[in-house]
Ligand binder design. Structure first.
Ligand code: HEM
Length: 129
């Protein structure tokens, strides 16, 4: 049921839910021998904060991400990494599993998943292996 809350951020339970999602996502990253080397090994907690804060902002929560990091410019920030279609599939697989742990309503799940699929497609910056 869609209740009176106006943003997805509020509907799914605020910051705690986003932290839970991103932590579950990073559990997958930790096991991924292709993606893990791209991430800052000494600062995975920082990476968890950045992704969670960004998603909270995107889905209608506090604007803390941009206060701390500036304009997201995600495609530009990903240009340092080799994001080919295989990397995109892996990223999405981890995010799908993480999203499943939240057991959201079909509407909220669909809104988040649709965004992740589109965003991941736009992050691809090479077709080389
Ligand atoms: C398609 C495959 C993707 C790969 C391989 C990838 C990889 C990475 C890596 C290695 C980082 C650096 C981690 C850090 O230090 O913060 C990063 C950062 C980030 N990624 Fe991705 N990413 C992908 C897709 C996405 C998507 C779809 C989103 C948004 C929905 C996203 C959002 C972010 C954000 C917000 C940051 C932190 C940016 C910053 O403030 O520096 N990424 N990504």
């Amino acid at each position: 049921m869609v209740d009176a809350h106006s943003t997805l951020f509020e509907r799914i339970g605020g910051s705690d839910t986003f932290d839970q999602l991103v932590r579950a996502f990073y559990e997958g990253i930790r096991e991924d021998d292709v993606l893990l080397p791209m991430y800052p090994q000494e600062d995975l907690e920082g990476a968890i904060w950045r992704l969670s804060a960004f998603l909270q902002q995107y889905f209608g929560g506090p604007q803390t991400y941009s206060e701390q990091r500036g304009h997201p410019r995600l495609r530009m920030r990903h240009s340092a990494f080799k994001v080919n279609p295989g990397a995109r599939e892996r990223w999405l697989t981890h995010m799908r599993r993480a999203l499943d742990t939240l057991q959201l309503s079909p509407l909220d799940d669909g809104e988040m998943w649709g965004y992740f699929e589109r965003a991941a497609l736009s992050m691809v910056n090479t077709f080389e292996d």
